[in-house]
Design a binder for this molecule. Structure first.
Ligand code: SF4
Length: 391
């Protein structure tokens, strides 16, 4: 329960927050002919896209010459959020808004990169995913629009300051902490070139504004009519629970727990997604030495010196990739979702058949589970205690 304070009456209410959004769009937005909204399907960007379209359609702000909603489909979204995003996009199109779904390149998609190219699951020390499945595709789409429009345009993002300056610093760099979204802050930083300028018109919205807006707990004249209530449900807001979800990949290997998935499968309507909880254990299994190659201790830099970790572990073996592919296909069949579609499966099998290795590896490296004498960066050798390994 939140205790009232003397200052509650001074807090900004949702209608005022929406008006301030309109003011910022009038002040900055009208300088640009073309606007683009980077939409991820998460709560903040859903609030953003619906608020902006609502303000335009109710003539509270002037419409730009064009408005494009770019949806970054990572192929790994939490299924109910992805479904809601699709419904929202359909409704936007009905209201005359141009929408575009942005996908990562086939070979850069999460499952294709993992199981086809054999790059091990991302981790906090090897985070290959955010850039290639979220940021790069969105940046490429924005560059394309720049070419098409022939002028710099405005990108609107759902970044919010919220109530805590300390939290904001974390939002800028974090991966899905504090209700932010993986890649959100990075994307903001990545657009500092001349392709587009960025505006975050919900910067001042508090979390309660976002929920009230999405659940349409608003005066009639502010009811946007978009199908956003399900988003709040996915986040647990309809039961007045503490927000448990964040938008990110289902089974994200960088989070300590997949709280969003754990929460939604407790609900009757999403119980069928339970097999998706097997993804994180699957990633853990793929990272085992028995499923990977390692360098043999001779890897060196251009100047001839040894690299920092001459015996580092690397890619997945073909057997591990095929095993992983079959496990994911089984999981998705039981969960009734689409993690790997037919095209992606064919590409994964092609890459394996072509004996594809990630850059810097050629498959001649030893299996990481075979005992070896560890080579340190200074060239010193730490003999393996074979007798311990055999006991
Ligand atoms: S949510 Fe996790 S798996 Fe997805 S891009 Fe971010 S860090 Fe990677």
């Amino acid at each position: 329960m939140i205790q009232s304070t003397l200052f509650d009456s001074e807090r900004m209410r949702l209608p005022d927050a929406l008006e301030l959004t309109a003011v910022s769009l009038r002040a900055y937005g009208e300088k640009y002919d073309h606007w683009v909204i980077a939409f991820s399907g998460g709560k903040d960007s859903s609030a953003l896209v619906t608020a902006v379209v609502f303000l335009i359609l109710t003539l509270r702000i002037k419409a730009p010459k064009s408005l494009t909603v770019l949806y970054a489909d990572t192929r790994m979204e939490l299924p109910p959020l992805h479904a809601t995003a699709m419904a929202l996009l359909a409704e936007l199109r009905l209201r005359g808004v141009h929408t575009q779904i942005v996908l990562p390149e086939m070979d850069k998609r999460f499952m294709v990169y993992l199981l086809g190219r054999g790059v091990p699951p991302p981790s906090n020390t090897f985070r290959w995913c955010t850039g290639q499945i979220k940021i790069t595709p969105m940046m490429a789409a924005i560059e394309d629009l720049r070419q098409k429009h022939g002028q710099k345009f405005l990108v609107l993002t759902g970044v919010r300051i919220g109530e805590s300056a300390a939290r904001d610093a974390r939002i800028a760099v974090s991966c899905g902490k504090n209700n932010s979204e993986c890649g959100q802050g990075w994307f903001q930083e990545a657009k500092s070139d001349a392709v587009a300028d960025t505006l975050a018109p919900l910067l001042h919205w508090r979390l309660c504004h976002v929920w009230d807006w999405l659940t349409r707990l608003v005066p009639d004249e502010l009811d946007h009519g978009f199908p956003t209530a399900l988003i709040a449900k996915v986040y647990g807001q309809d039961e007045d629970l503490e927000t448990h979800a964040r938008t990110g990949c289902v089974g994200c290997n960088l989070a300590s727990r997949d709280l969003a998935l754990e929460a939604i499968i407790k609900r009757e309507e999403w119980k069928y997604l339970h097999p998706l909880t097997e993804l994180r254990p699957l990633y853990a299994a793929l990272k085992l030495p028995s499923n990977r190659l390692r360098k043999d201790g001779t890897e060196s830099r251009k100047d001839g010196s040894l690299v920092a970790n001459p015996c580092r572990m690397g890619p997945l073996t073909f057997e591990a990739r095929l095993w992983g592919l079959n496990r994911v296909l089984d999981i998705q069949a039981r969960a009734g979702v689409d993690l790997i579609n037919a095209e992606e499966e064919a590409r994964i099998r092609d890459l394996i058949a072509a004996e594809t290795w990630p850059q810097g590896w050629d498959g001649t490296e030893p299996l990481a589970s075979v005992p070896f004498d560890n080579v340190n960066a200074d060239g010193s050798i730490q003999p393996v205690m074979r007798e311990l390994l055999t006991t």
